[in-house]
Design a protein around this ligand. Sequence first.
Ligand code: THU
Length: 138
Amino acid sequence: MAVTDVDEAALLDAAGRAQAGAYAPYSGFRVGAAVLTADGRVFTGANVENAAYPATICAERVAVPSAVAAGARDLVALAVVGDGPGPCTPCGTCRQVLFEFAPDLLVVAAGSDGAVARYRLGAELLPDGFGPMRLTAR
Ligand code: THU
């Protein structure tokens, strides 16, 4: 599965369906994410908030560890759908988590108003990111 084969509409649809699982009683901002792996599988997630606010987990950090734990580390594309107007771009922590597995990841971000934006992770969302390749001293 190459990035040119990605069915963005289908991936956005999966993220939109995952959004229904969000637990967001504090912000009221529901987010769904769907990650496509090189072997064609799709893993989804939604944000899960916590009364101790910093313990909140973003939708992306539910979907990606789910893929990795299933043995799918080769990530091709990610779709994120948020409640607000305009594309819901991944937060800084999520960008770092994504960069670990897929510096060239295609990120398709959408909002409730139908706005869609496309990015390449390393080139546009986390330039000069710190990744496994930097740990040469290991
Ligand atoms: N959130 C995500 O799940 N993903 C993002 O890309 C941005 C923010 C969640 C975290 C929190 O539950 C809510 O959105 C408001 O920040």
